[in-house]
Design a protein around this ligand. Structure first.
Ligand SMILES: [Zn+2]
Length: 272
């Protein structure tokens, strides 16, 4: 018997988006994402909110509802050039502000100016950051080997964007987990006069029953839960110690839900 972990619902493909800086063009972008049911993460600098053209706390209101708000540092410095104490303050002050604004526990990050180092990765992790996005395009669909150095598939202006969209829509094989991860800034659509590009992209990839539309932190938290599953040596039983379900593929065509706090007998579950 083969047992594989899956995305929620037994899916093996996912899409996530990541947009930086919280400028007012995010309004139009959120509207497009909401129209197509696409989930995104928005990386905000609390210390710069309200400084034109960035939205203020009041202007943001519940704009990002249903999406993830993540840190992007307090003032958007090139952190790898800063003393570590300053880098620590940048992340903590951003977290505190965003957490006060949302009432949530904020654990995501996108490195401002794409700047980081091994020291910064370790520092941010110790300060409660669960993952951090870079600006390095992989042009592939793999889950991050190191969540503190999460390289996206591509920027939305990447010439291969629609090739990647076709891939995630069409890829039929279920023996792999595939993730398409696109990042950018919403103001770039104004600068480049190409809002039709993101609209066309969203239209293409949306509404597919075999794609999981997720925020960055939903993917990280889910994969963490999958890692915490406890199997017996024969892989016939699995205990899920988390508070939410994890999905497994058994053999090639059966899917089971490992319920939170329960032991699931895989053989019994696949017969049902
Ligand atoms: Zn930025």
């Amino acid at each position: 018997m083969k047992v594989y972990s899956c995305f929620p619902g037994g899916l093996s493909k996912a899409l996530t988006m990541s947009y930086d800086d919280g400028k007012y063009q995010d309004r139009r972008l959120v509207e497009i994402f909401n129209k197509y049911g696409i989930k995104a993460t928005f990386n905000l600098n609390y210390g710069q909110m309200g400084a034109e053209p960035r939205m203020s706390v009041e202007e943001i209101g519940d704009l990002y509802k249903g999406h993830e708000i993540a840190t992007h540092s307090f003032t958007h410095p090139t952190i790898a050039r800063e003393p570590m104490a300053e880098a620590a303050r940048e992340i903590l002050k951003d977290r505190e502000g965003l957490e006060e604004m949302t009432g949530e526990i904020i654990r995501g990050h996108a490195y401002p100016n794409g700047s980081y180092s091994e020291e910064i990765k370790a520092l941010f992790k110790s300060l409660g950051i669960a993952y951090a996005r870079t600006t390095k395009a992989t042009e592939t669909y793999e889950l991050p080997a190191d969540p503190m150095e999460w390289n996206p598939t591509c920027h939305h202006n990447d010439p291969r964007l629609f090739e990647h969209a076709d891939f995630i829509v069409d890829f039929p094989k279920k023996q792999y987990l595939k993730l398409l991860y696109v990042w950018g800034h919403s103001y770039e659509f104004d600068n480049d006069d190409n809002w039709d590009r993101i609209e066309k992209f969203c239209e293409k990839v949306s509404g597919k029953s075999d794609i999981w539309y997720a925020t960055n932190i939903e993917i990280i938290d889910y994969m963490e839960r999958a890692k915490r599953l406890r199997f017996d040596a024969a892989c016939t039983r699995v205990f899920n110690p988390s508070s939410e379900s994890v999905w497994l593929q058994v053999d090639t065509d059966k899917y089971i839900e490992a319920m939170p706090g329960e032991t699931t007998h895989l053989l019994d579950a696949v017969k049902r």
